[in-house]
Design a protein around this ligand. Structure first.
Ligand code: ACO
Length: 373
């Protein structure tokens, strides 16, 4: 509930609707439910291109040739493998730590050994992608107590990531589903974590520091921490009959339903639509997916009933949970896997920010007391 008498709660809090300036990287069209990466519709990219091609597009502004994709993969793989040889990074990948804390610390160790004093280059962005993919995959292997799988010639990033994490050969369906997830979550305009990264490099700091800050911002459940909460919500609901009473109780108790609502989308999130198709392809007769679909439909009906003027729809995290569950990813690694894909978007934005060397420094409206005269 808003409190109009509290000056800290007035409109403007949350920088809603404020532009930080021009960007050529992505358009998040919240009214029409479209997401464009550098002139390409993300819903088309996900059908025609893999994650590493999309990362190249975000960094360089055009899709790569087959040779360029191979060169990029080799850089990513070299940096994924390097994690196992770097004791400073390995020391941070504690399987008992909170996973996002382990990943944030591992990337801090990586940034320290790379010694980026200021700014960053596309080569740093590519290395960062490999370092974070390798760190999360190794963390996954450690959490599962398995020997990490080897990266093989001809792998895509999604296949190498899953094999390294599980020590087993993933199926084509699992690789395709993870790849679709990575493409659809690679970039999303001026969200909180991307903004954090841009603010950090705007001080003439480096993209390693920006990544560490961005990972911290993504950790929260109002941003990237939602999918594991979606899975636990569906676990708690348990049966179709329980969906409506459970959801009513939460909404009436003032709680937010995870996987619904978005600061920019005031219609169905296009990424949720694409991921729900992936989830359906993966397990059309899966009881869990049928329950997730029923919970979604019930939640949408109830959100509309209780908050008719709020335009609350399904967001990407809802079906991200369904896809990541179906590929049997450890729920503790949902948000770290999101950090892997978003490293492409974060670093693209940080590189763009470096080309406009202007310190981001907003103001705050002081409403506290003044010294007595
Ligand atoms: N469930 C119930 N009510 C909601 C939800 C929700 N998921 N989201 C927003 N609302 C309600 C708020 O309670 C508020 O109603 P009120 O004014 O009657 O109290 C109204 O809608 C507007 O909410 P805001 O907080 O102004 O919306 P904001 O733009 O700040 O929130 C956010 C966006 C944080 C994503 C919000 O919708 C939310 O908390 N969703 C649940 C968490 C989630 O799914 N996070 C993942 C987001 S996607 C991503 O970051 C990748």
């Amino acid at each position: 509930m808003s409190d109009d008498s509290n000056p800290r709660m007035h409109a403007g809090t949350g920088l809603e609707g404020v532009s930080i300036g021009p960007s050529e990287i992505a358009l998040v069209d919240g009214e029409n439910g479209r997401l464009i990466y550098r002139g390409h519709d993300a819903e088309v990219l996900v059908r025609e291109h893999n994650f590493e091609e999309v990362a190249f597009l975000l960094w360089i502004g055009r899709l790569p040739s087959a040779d360029e994709t191979n060169v990029l993969r080799n850089v990513v793989f070299e940096n994924m493998r390097h994690v196992s040889d770097d004791p400073a990074i390995l020391a941070m990948l504690d399987p008992k730590a909170l996973p996002m804390d382990a990943v944030r610390s591992a990337m801090s160790a990586w940034a320290m050994t790379r010694r980026m004093d200021e700014g960053g280059t596309p080569a740093d962005a590519q290395a960062a992608l490999g370092a974070i993919a390798g760190s999360v995959a190794l963390l996954g292997a450690r959490r599962a107590g398995v020997a990490p799988g080897e990266i093989k010639a001809g792998d895509t990033v999604a296949r190498a990531y899953l094999r390294m994490m599980t020590g087993a050969e993933p199926t084509d369906a699992q690789v395709g589903a993870l790849d679709a997830y990575l493409v659809l979550t690679a970039e999303h305009g001026m969200n909180a974590s991307t903004f954090t990264g841009r603010v950090i490099v705007s001080t003439a700091s480096d993209i390693g520091s920006g990544l560490v800050g961005a990972i911290g911002a993504l950790k929260g459940k109002l941003h990237g921490g939602a999918p594991s909460h979606v899975s636990s919500m569906i676990d708690e609901i348990g049966t179709m009959d329980n969906a409506e009473p459970w959801l009513r109780e939460k909404i009436e108790g003032g709680e937010r339903l995870m996987g619904f609502g978005h600061r920019v989308y005031k219609t169905y999130d296009p990424r949720a639509r694409a991921l729900s198709e992936v989830a359906q392809r993966l397990g059309s007769d899966n009881e869990r997916l049928a329950l997730a679909h029923h919970v979604e439909q019930t939640a949408l009906r109830l959100l509309h009933e209780y908050k008719p003027d709020r335009r609350l729809y399904t967001n990407v995290e809802y079906y991200a949970a369904a896809v990541l569950e179906t590929i049997e990813l450890d729920p503790g690694l949902y948000t770290p896997t999101f950090a892997v894909s978003r490293t492409a978007g974060w670093t693209a934005h940080m590189l763009e920010q470096i080309t406009f060397p202007r310190l981001i420094r907003p103001q705050v409206e002081y409403v506290g007391p003044m010294p007595a005269a």
